[in-house]
Write a protein that binds this ligand. Structure first.
Ligand code: FAD
Ligand code: SF4
Length: 471
């Protein structure tokens, strides 16, 4: 008896989800969130460790035991405020952070059973605060010395929103310049609705607005204005958070056929332009019957699940390493499998076949894994004679992205690395240009929401110090 009682304590309270058969027919969120009772039960598993090892895994330094304790005691608003002290986008992070590699990796409960579902509890507190309309009015401290100092933030992804929010709280006049018509970066154009509902992103963007940040959309810096022109317009410091949105392709024959998309285009059409509601919305998308998505990261899994919801009969996820090496989150892989995505691992596309200008097949070769290569993963080696063809009418390439050269190319004196990413100090975001700071994917290459936010937090601190020294 005692034994089975112990097991119960170690097991995580499962978050309810839409059933796979139902969810592939809609774009609604898959995971449904904890009820208050479930959240209290899950929070009660926390041991309130004195040295809080979980905190070491949180890039924005949330006081995890403190907010979990609030939930355990039924003080949900207190929990939400505790999180907001360090994280201005908690409903987003609670949903998309790879917690299994961060806070939850350090949770001592994980040594003997399931770690605490820290992400699920963060999401619960943030959603509760929003539903109660209790996190609405952020206070804007009127700090001395900052009045009249203006900061331009280029890009409204998690890095830009974080730096803007933090600087507004410190009393600076902050303007975000965003190239697209909606703010949010990958959160609005990349991560699908069924994983991150857009009204949640909107709410958190509005929160940053209510802190006093002006957001100007449809302004592409490097085209409409340059960084130098922003300085001429009176900005005292500039933060560059333009992400890494330049799609990479495989470089195989047939990639220019109709029906072949980059994951960026495929997901942007789906998420930002709502092409699944065409013709109600203007942007069309080809709804393939047999779709192959190439890649093994979150982006590939998102694109595959999107294709399924666009009513494909068969969706292949074609990945050149094994499932163990897949960079996608474990939860996304589980969801994709439950939904019926056909995993073709250890498979390398070599040629796309076309008919009348449209893609109609993908020639592949099976591979085996050899020695570890420069990426730290085992190199795929083609197996002779193992070629085969998949019949497909849409192909989505999701093998990664690079730095868009537009902004760096129009900013003289900005040091770049050999791949075109901006060189910036890890602790401060300082670049080689006086008064220009940078962070997020445009510095690190494609990474995570929370790492972009962490860079935003550090850069805001550094910009504050920099501006305090300016007369
Ligand atoms: P972005 O979010 O890319 O934002 C940059 C913004 O700058 C964009 O809005 C862009 O339009 C704008 N911009 C670019 N150039 C200019 C210019 N010249 N002038 C003005 N504006 C400009 N991470 C996770 O942690 N968990 C996940 O589950 C996850 N899933 C993902 C799924 C997909 C499909 C994708 C693409 C990424 C995913 N990521 C995930 C990664 C994560 O979203 C990124 O690491 C993060 O958004 C980077 O933030 P950022 O602020 O640096 O850039
Ligand atoms: Fe709670 Fe786990 Fe953090 Fe310990 S490590 S305080 S059990 S969340």
């Amino acid at each position: 008896m005692a034994k089975s009682g112990k097991k119960k304590i170690l097991k995580c309270v499962q978050m309810p989800e839409q059933a796979p058969g139902a969810r592939i027919k809609n774009f609604d969120e898959v995971t449904l969130g904890y009820s208050p009772e479930q959240a209290i039960r899950e929070a009660s598993r926390c041991l309130q460790c004195k040295d809080s090892p979980c905190g070491r895994g949180c890039p924005v330094e949330i006081d995890i035991p403190a907010f979990v304790k609030c939930i355990r005691e039924g003080d949900f608003i207190g929990a939400a405020y505790k999180i907001k002290e360090k994280n201005c986008l908690p409903a987003i992070c609670g949903r998309v952070c790879p917690q299994e590699n961060q806070c939850e990796r350090f949770c001592v409960l994980g040594k003997k059973g399931d770690p605490l579902n820290i992400g699920g509890l963060e999401r619960f507190a943030a959603d509760y605060g929003r539903a109660q309309n209790r996190l609405d009015e952020p206070s804007r401290p009127n700090l001395t010395g900052q009045a009249g100092k203006k900061v331009a933030v280029i890009g409204s992804g998690p890095a830009g929103l974080t730096v803007a929010g933090d600087l507004a709280r410190l009393g600076y006049e902050v303007t975000i310049f965003e190239g697209l018509h909606k703010p949010g970066g990958v959160l609005v154009y990349g991560i699908p609705e069924f994983r991150l509902p857009k009204d949640i992103v909107q709410f958190e963007v509005d929160y940053v607005r209510r802190l006093g940040v002006e957001i100007r959309t449809n302004v592409l810096i490097g085209k409409l204005f340059t960084v130098d022109e922003l300085f001429e317009q009176g900005y005292h410091a500039i933060f560059v958070g333009v992400g890494a949105g330049l799609p990479l392709f495989m470089g195989i024959p047939g990639e220019n056929l109709n029906g072949v998309y980059s994951a960026n285009e495929f997901l942007t059409r789906g998420n930002l332009m709502k092409s699944y509601l065409f013709p109600e919305y203007d942007t069309p998308i080809k709804r393939g019957k047999k779709v192959a998505v190439v890649g093994g990261g979150n982006v590939a899994v998102d694109a595959a699940r999107m294709a399924l919801r666009l009513r494909a009969d068969e969706v292949y996820l074609v990945y050149r390493r094994s499932e163990v090496e897949m960079p996608a989150r474990a939860e996304e892989i589980r969801h994709a499998k439950e939904e019926g995505i056909n995993f073709k691992v250890l498979t390398l596309p070599v040629r796309l076949l076309g008919k009348d200008g449209w893609v109609c097949g993908m020639e592949c070769v099976r591979v085996e894994l050899g020695r570890v290569d420069e990426s730290g993963r085992r190199r795929p080696i083609p197996i002779e004679g193992s070629e085969f063809t998949l019949d497909v009418d849409v192909v989505v390439v999701a093998i990664g992205t690079g730095a868009n050269p537009l902004l760096p190319g129009t900013t003289p004196g900005l040091e770049l690395d050999e791949r075109g990413y901006i060189v910036a100090d890890e602790e401060t975001g300082r670049t080689s240009r006086e008064g220009v700071f940078a962070g997020g994917d445009i510095v690190t290459g494609a990474a995570t929401v929370i790492s972009a936010m962490g860079a935003g937090t550090k850069a805001a601190r550094a910009i504050d110090e920099y501006l305090k020294k300016q007369v």
